[in-house]
Design a protein around this ligand. Structure first.
Ligand code: UT7
Length: 325
């Protein structure tokens, strides 16, 4: 009998502090930075984002999302035998946020590690967990995307600081005789490192370089639109399915215009796209599991439906996972 992996529970968490575009514009105005709700909505579809309190770390957001996913899966933290956290805003340089989350969950002993693929992190982490389940290395994985991007934003750069938010999403991925994850397609091209990066580090107790986010928005936009279609098609081909088999597209939530363009290329009406960027902003690795959980809990996504998850971001990284819920 073939061994597959299936999502059996989803969860998500947004920190309570919600900033509308007007709230953010008012805060930026105090720094002499000019922006507007009209510009942000028109260029991105973002109306609001959530920012974590200063003492709240990615592992805290991950914990809340994980508890909900574990409860939805009908299991306990002790049943989890693999933890993967996708994040670019870890609590510490080391240990991994996955180890910190493991301790907060009270689930000790199972392997736990972080995946760093920026906004593609969740599809990377899900693919790794799926592979480990298929080989028998794990049976019930907790796969999380968690970010506090507010910590790495340059609030003097209006071209980036209005785009991102904080949050976490999680799934329990379990061994099953029924698929589950049907196919995945991951890529990276390091020649584009410079178009989206946080070019800083620490050395000898000092910050080297610049520890704030830098993005060439137009370069990212152009690359994203092209690679998302290719990854979608490659994943469908691997599974022997077509555009018409997709019930829901759950893209990385960076910009409504990128999502519209991808949907158009896949001949999907926007009614088949889960859109949360308006209320969440871009939460990097957290954005796909946040959108997935929103779709499940709102009743839009139903068991048995076919979902295409797609991520794209810094690295440059991109990829897609096709699955049956
Ligand atoms: O998670 C990884 C994936 N990331 C993405 O997918 C981001 C992809 N890129 C984008 O979404 C878009 O490129 C942005 C939303 C970042 C920018 O949109 P754009 O249409 O490429 O705008 P632009 O950078 O060409 O800027 C247009 C104008 C400029 O003014 P001038 O030079 O035309 O006078 C900017 O200075 O808009 C100005 N501008 C702003 N104005 C008000 C830039 N940011 C702002 C702002 N408020 N926040």
């Amino acid at each position: 009998m073939r061994r597959y992996s299936r999502i059996t529970g989803t969860g998500s968490y947004l920190p309570p502090r919600r900033l509308s575009n007007e709230d953010l514009a008012a805060e930026l105005a105090q720094r002499g930075i000019e922006t507007s709700d009209e510009w942000i909505v028109g260029r991105t579809g973002i109306h609001a984002r959530h920012f974590a309190a200063p003492d709240v770390a990615s592992s805290d957001l991950a914990l809340e999302a994980s508890k909900k996913a574990i409860e939805a899966a009908g299991c306990t933290p002790q049943d989890i035998d693999l933890i993967i956290v996708a994040t670019s805003t870890p609590d510490m340089i080391f240990p991994s946020t996955a180890c910190i989350l493991q301790d907060k969950l009270g689930a000790h002993g199972c392997p736990a590690f972080d995946v760093q693929a920026v906004c593609s992190g969740f599809v990377y982490a899900l693919t790794v967990a799926d592979a480990m389940i298929k080989t028998g290395a794990a049976s019930r994985a907790l796969v999380v995307g968690a970010e506090v991007f507010s910590r790495i934003l340059d609030f003097s750069d209006r071209t980036t600081c209005v785009l991102f938010g904080d949050g976490a999403g999680a799934v329990v991925l379990q061994a099953s005789e029924q698929p589950g994850i049907l196919a995945a397609d991951l890529h990276a091209d390091g020649k584009h490192v410079g178009i989206l990066c946080v070019p800083g580090n620490v050395s000898g107790g000092n910050v080297l370089g610049d520890p704030l986010l830098k993005m060439d928005g137009q370069a990212v936009f152009k690359l994203a639109v092209g690679v998302l279609e290719k990854a979608a098609r490659a994943t469908l081909d691997k599974a022997g399915l077509t555009d018409a088999d997709i019930d829901w597209l759950i893209p990385h939530q960076a910009n409504i215009r990128i999502m519209q363009s991808t949907a158009k290329k896949l001949k999907l009406p926007m009614e088949k796209v889960i859109v949360t960027v308006g209320e969440h902003g871009n939460t990097s690795a957290a954005s796909i599991p946040l959108a997935l959980d929103h779709g499940v809990r709102s009743g839009q996504i139903q068991p048995g439906q076919t979902l295409l998850l797609e991520g794209v971001g810094g690295g440059f990284t991109w990829g897609a996972v096709l699955l049956k819920l």
